[in-house]
Ligand binder design. Structure first.
Ligand code: FO1
Length: 308
């Protein structure tokens, strides 16, 4: 079994690579759900959506979220009437998923059950597991107000001061049982090249999760989301810098140092010796994940090196 910890972009791209070079039945992903937001009374799970659409081969890879070829008639209509709704774009096909998820949750199903229902409907053999069935919400605090992560990212394009990152309800949320089982039973656990602060840290911060990962017997490897001094997508750089962390593979290795055996960094990464001093083995290779070929190449590379 292979388990990937992931948000909706970098980790998702690697997940796609694995699904296309290895048996999907052996590929599991534990998804961040702290980006989830309620909009128009609908439960939107951006990272679960992206992982689901990617596995089903329907993600809009250019935009990085939503369904390819989707139309936005619903969005145009609703924002014509209430213009303040315009900041968050929900496609017409995408809307169907949010409505189904919301209704099933209201009928009493858990987020894991709903996600399993959806993966079944898309005939997927891999498993996509939300990190928790309980609500955890990421807020960015600018020193005066705290804003939901989606507002911070989509509405403000990360252009606001960051004084603190808050995972609301993290102390009460239980990690998903299936996620814990995967950590115990997987031979290879990959921390995907997702944002360490807002995609991976919520998962690791769930009660008992980090310790279980430390104690698990599988090989644990992180793929750096940073090439040079910049992440390949999203606000990871800005978040790391604001929290006083070095924006480099070394900064990422510091966050995961008690957990991982290996870190995979860019082939020209200059931090190898510094990372080794943290007690982590460093593997250098091409970690660009732009095309499907890139994603397959990195997945094959990881399988050859670390999965026997
Ligand atoms: N990202 C945007 O930049 N703008 C949007 O309007 C937007 C809408 C959206 C709707 C559904 C969904 O599942 C994801 C959506 N995203 C949008 C992506 C999302 O904001 C983030 O990229 C993730 O939360 C980060 O992993």
């Amino acid at each position: 079994m292979i388990t990937i910890l992931s948000g909706g972009t970098g980790g998702r791209r690697l997940f796609e690579g694995f699904l296309s070079v290895h048996s999907p039945k052996e590929i599991n992903v534990i998804a961040n759900t702290a980006d989830d937001i309620e909009i128009y009374g609908l439960h939107i799970s951006p990272d679960l959506d992206s992982l689901l659409y990617a596995a089903a081969g329907i993600i809009d890879d250019e935009r990085g979220w939503g369904i390819k070829g989707d139309t936005f008639n619903f969005h145009s209509m609703i924002t014509k009437i209430v213009p303040t709704y315009s900041w968050f774009n929900i496609g017409d096909k995408d809307l169907a998923i949010h409505i189904i998820r919301t209704n099933l949750l209201r009928s009493g199903m858990t987020l894991s059950q709903v996600t399993a229902f959806l993966t079944n409907k898309f005939n997927l053999d891999c498993s996509i597991v939300p990190m928790s069935d309980d609500r955890v919400t990421t807020y960015i605090f600018d020193g005066v107000v705290k804003r939901h992560f989606q507002e911070f990212w989509v509405l403000y394009r990360a252009e606001m001061p960051i004084k603190a990152v808050i995972f609301d309800n993290i102390e009460h949320a239980k990690p998903n049982e299936k996620a814990l089982d995967l950590i115990i039973s997987s031979k290879l656990i990959i921390i995907g090249p997702s944002n360490p602060i807002t995609s991976i840290n919520p998962i690791l911060s769930l009660k008992g999760f980090r310790n279980l990962l430390v104690d698990s017997e599988g090989i644990k490897v992180a793929v750096s989301p940073i090439i040079g001094n910049a992440p390949f997508s999203g606000p990871a750089g800005k978040l790391m810098q604001s929290l006083g962390l070095e924006v480099s593979s070394f900064g990422v290795a510091q966050i995961y140092k008690d957990i991982i055996n290996y870190i995979i960094v860019d082939e020209n990464d200059p931090n190898v010796d510094r990372i080794k001093e943290l007690g982590i083995e460093v593997i250098r290779t091409n970690i660009y994940l732009k095309t499907l070929e890139d994603r397959q190449r990195l997945a094959r590379f990881i399988l050859e090196k670390l999965y026997h």
